[in-house]
Each structure stands twice: as C-alpha cells, then as structure tokens.
Design a protein around this ligand. Structure first.
Ligand code: SAM
Ligand code: SF4
Length: 364
C-alpha cells in the first residue's frame, strides 16, 4: 500500500487516493493540510480576494429539500431588495476597494427577472467606472439568458451541482421538472459556453452521502475543468424536508473537518483555481473560514446585504449574524486574514488563474 505521505505528493490522483485522503485520521490530517497549504502558496500565493455578497432576494420558485428559503417554507418572511439598495451595496463594495460583488438569490425564471438583472449589471458597471467585477449566483437559466447577462457585464457564475451523484441528487431534490439533474449539468456547460468563469461545489455531510460520493464530486469538478469552487458543510434547517434525517448526520465538528479535507484535496487536484471559504464553515467554527484560507481557499465573501434583510436569508440554522457595521467588519476580516499570514487583494477582480490559463486571456 502506498504510504500516505507519498499519496499527498502525487501529481495525479486516483479515486482510491482521494478516498484515502478523505478518510485519513490523526496526524495524517495535519500532513494533508500542510501539503495543501504549500500547494496553495506555490500556485495562487497568499492573497485573499473579497467578493461582497449581496443576497438580494429570498424569493425562490424551487423546493430543494435542504434549503431554508425553499418555496414551500411558509414561515419565511420574503423580501426583494430594491434596485437602488442593491446599487448602494455595490457602491459600498466599490468605495471600499472590494474589487467584486456577488449577486445571489432564489431562482426565478421570467423575462422581467432577466431584464432586472441585466439592468442591475449595467448600473453596477456604470457606478464603478466599469471596475467592479460581478459574479452571479441565481441558479439555472436558459443559455440565452446566460449570454445576455454575460454581455451586460457578469463574468463569473456560481452554480453548485450540490451532489454529482444522480441518486443522491434526487434524495435532496424533488423528482420533478423543476429540479432535473440533467438540466443542472447542462447549465454548467452552457455557462462555460457563454464565456463565464464557472464555479460549482457541493454540500458536505449530507444525509446518505458517502466518502465515495465526495471523491466522485471532486473528480466531477476536475473533469468539468472548473475555474472556481464554493463548497461547505451541509447544515440542517428544521423547516425543511431533509431535517427528518437529522439522526443520520455526522456531528457538526466532523462535517467541518470533512469540509476542510475536501478543500485541501481540491487544492491538490486543481492547483490554480479559486476556492471560496464558505460562510457555512463559520457557522460551525468561528475561525472556520480562516482555517479554510490557511489550507487552500483564497476567496472570502463578506456579506454586504443591507442589515435589515440579513436575518431572512436563512438557508440553515445558526447562519452567522454580523453585528458590526460594514466598515468595522471589513477591518475585522482584514485583521483575521493578516493573523494567518495572508493579505487582502484590494481593488482587483482576483480572477481564477486557471481561467486565464485555459482561455489564454487576461485575468483581472
Ligand atoms: N438559488 C441559487 C442556487 O440554488 O444555485 C443560489 C442561492 S442558494 C441559497 C446558494 C447555495 O446555498 C446552494 O447552492 C446550496 O448549496 C446552499 N445551501 C442551501 N441550503 C443549505 C444548507 N441547509 N446547508 C448548507 N448550504 C445550503
Ligand atoms: Fe431556491 Fe437555491 Fe434554496 Fe434551491 S438552494 S431552494 S434554488 S434558493
């Protein structure tokens, strides 16, 4: 059997290697994290990029079994932030040198919705002298819609596959037209075709999920040749159908370590992509995101949604609440990032180096 220290130094990894790393214990975990930290430093350096996250609406037409803001949850106070408030949040990001924003929300499909996002993209470009980068995360849309938004200035798109295993996918989504696995896969291809830097990811620690599933998720990302990844622990929400399987879940601390392992292994597999330290990590450990940044992630998404709406974007329980105002929060993050020997890449898009390489173009 190949020694663990040899596996982590490989250049290409088999499914068995990945499973071995996912299931490692004790000192091996530290060995893995030290290796991925080194690979991160050598390939993407120690610069962390901010993406100001604007959760602009919790209105959703879908019913994913895990998500607190699913359409069927009658207890959610629905909101839709006005265009002017979204632009104000983007202006804050611009004036505070964030470089980029992420517009995220529930999934809706209509001409009015498409036109609204298109208009917001134009306005964000206008107020920032074309300088603010924009990532979208608003679910599955037609290829034409993706193209329109790309033409209007969005250049990155996050669409988690959630699970690359079709059987598991249908355990966490209704089996009906609006939640088709094939469509989600197709959407990822359409996004790439439209010219975006494409990001995907999965939830880690789902009920019924195995180490084999997670290894296949990582291989799925590698085969899709993604540019970015945002993945983090699944955290249950009592007003969702998946909550009934609560007893099957790993303890939160184990889901947390498994999530860090996933980030570390992905960094070994895809050395120059952008990997986000997800907010869900922080819901389990107050230093969760910093730990992820230390061992492989290089992106953080500070929440700049106007304060009055934040509590209603409750995807899972104990979603971290930010009590500081946006300026104080920025300083707080900057200090935390300095503590782990990293620096913030202000005023830069911080595009995926992988995208630059595959497209032969310029990454901002
Ligand atoms: N509606 C868009 C979509 O689904 O792609 C974007 C917004 S959605 C809230 C963003 C992500 O939240 C999803 O991709 C999912 O992975 C994550 N999420 C939802 N419920 C979660 C939960 N209970 N635990 C952890 N992550 C969750
Ligand atoms: Fe809607 Fe996204 Fe939540 Fe699914 S994960 S219910 S699409 S907001």
């Amino acid at each position: 059997m190949t020694p663990f220290s040899e596996i982590i130094h490989k250049d290409t990894f088999t499914r068995d290697d990945i499973i071995r790393m996912l299931t490692c214990t004790g000192d091996e975990i530290n060995e893995l994290f030290a290796r991925s930290a080194k690979v991160k430093e050598e390939n993407v350096g120690n610069v962390v990029y901010f993406r100001g996250l604007i959760e602009f609406s919790n209105i959703c037409s879908k019913n994913c079994y895990y998500c607190g803001i699913r359409k069927g949850n009658r207890h959610v106070k629905r909101y839709n932030i006005s265009d002017d408030e979204i632009i104000e949040a983007a202006r804050f990001a611009y004036e505070n040198d964030f470089g980029s924003v992420v517009l995220q929300g529930g999934e809706l499909e209509s001409e009015a919705y498409t036109a609204r996002i298109e208009n917001l993209l134009h306005r964000i470009k206008e107020i920032s002298d074309d300088k603010l980068g924009v990532t979208l995360s608003v679910g599955e849309q037609s290829p034409e819609v993706y193209k329109r938004w790309f033409a209007a200035g969005a250049h990155r798109y996050l669409l988690r596959i959630e699970s690359s295993d079709q059987q598991l996918y249908y355990k966490i989504h209704p089996t009906e037209k609006k939640h088709r696995f094939e469509r989600r896969i197709k959407a990822l291809h359409d996004l790439r075709e439209a010219g975006y830097q494409v990001g995907t990811g999965v939830m880690i620690g789902l009920p019924f999920q195995t180490a084999e599933n997670l290894a296949d998720d990582l291989l799925f990302m590698k085969n899709l040749d993604i540019d970015m990844c945002g993945m983090g622990p699944y955290i249950e929400h009592h007003e969702t159908p998946l909550y009934q399987y609560k007893n099957l879940l790993l303890p939160l601390e184990e889901r947390f370590v498994l999530s860090l392992k996933m980030i570390a292994i992905l960094r070994l597999l895809m050395k120059n992509i952008n990997i986000a330290a997800s907010t869900a990590l922080q819901a389990i450990d107050p230093f969760g995101r910093e730990k992820a940044l230390q061992l492989g992630a290089n992106i953080i998404m500070p929440n700049i949604t106007p304060g009055i709406y934040r509590d209603d974007y409750n995807l899972y329980e104990n979603k971290p609440k930010i009590t500081q105002n946006a300026e104080d929060y920025k300083r707080f993050l900057e200090e935390r990032i300095a503590q782990i020997g990293n620096v913030v890449g202000y005023n830069k898009w911080g595009d995926s180096l992988h995208f630059k390489e595959r497209s032969g173009g310029e990454a901002g």
